[in-house]
Design a protein around this ligand. Structure first.
Ligand code: CTP
Ligand code: CA
Length: 224
């Protein structure tokens, strides 16, 4: 038994992962959301657990599911819910990987009743959500912190800026320009940029392979 356990390189590690979209309520029956499927985060969770890690997966609404003895799924709805749950688990984790497509804005007020189509136009005022990733960068101690960056132009420049600004150890640049890369597909084309500014561009791959590449890179960096 000891031999088998020793082959699991992340057996002593706790990994916190965010996945999926967030839904921001407009009224009791409507919300602002996005097309994130949650697949990337769920694949990362699966691979991490198969490497022996204890995984906490905080996920927005998704069709994905995961039954694994080492994975605890924490379902959330809004950006604020996700912020609260992530902060409950962050201090105890060794690695945090934030792949969720968190809403940047949320309705300033949620209408108590269903909004009627009384007028020809409707203005909904939005206010900025808390940046979960940046909030972790500001308080991290031992944790290896990984963010994602979704960019459509000046990709490397923008991703490097996010890496610095949010105090990350690694950023995964996700290019939406490439066919087969992104939100609803089973494949992704990513580039890793670490805190030494080492840039590694990967080919279009399945999200499972991208998850393996990512955890291999992290294990290399933390000597696991
Ligand atoms: N993120 C987060 N909380 C938010 C917004 C984003 O934790 N409120 C995280 C995402 O999970 C991702 C990273 O920040 O890991 C980058 O998200 P992205 O949308 O690419 O960048 P933003 O910082 O939100 O900036 P912008 O959308 O303006 O490019
Ligand atoms: Ca954003």
């Amino acid at each position: 038994e000891q031999d088998i356990l020793n082959k699991l390189p992340l057996k002593d590690k706790t990994v916190l992962i965010t996945a999926g979209p967030t839904y921001e309520a407009i009224d009791p029956v409507r919300f602002i959301g996005n097309h994130s499927s949650g697949k990337m985060g769920f694949e990362i969770a699966k691979v991490a657990a198969n490497l022996g890690a204890q995984v906490v997966l905080v996920s927005g609404p998704t069709h994905e599911s995961l039954n694994h003895a080492l994975v605890t799924v924490v379902p959330v709805v809004s950006a604020q819910n996700m912020y609260d749950e992530v902060h409950k688990y962050f201090e105890a984790c060794d690695i945090a990987i934030l792949s969720a497509a968190v809403a940047d804005f949320t309705p300033k007020e949620v209408a108590v009743q269903k909004i009627k189509k009384a007028s020809d136009t409707l203005i909904i005022e939005l206010s900025k959500t808390k940046d979960i990733l940046a909030s972790l960068g500001a308080i991290k101690t031992k944790q290896y912190l990984v963010g994602f960056a979704l960019e459509t132009n000046n990709e490397l420049k923008h991703a490097k800026e996010k890496l610095k600004k949010k105090n990350l150890n690694l950023i995964v640049l996700n290019s939406l320009n490439d066919k087969g890369a992104g939100f609803k597909t089973d494949t992704n084309k990513v580039t890793f940029i670490d805190d030494q500014e080492v840039v590694t561009a990967h080919q279009l791959k399945s999200k499972t392979e991208v998850a393996s590449d990512l955890l291999n890179k992290i294990m290399l960096e933390i000597n696991a």
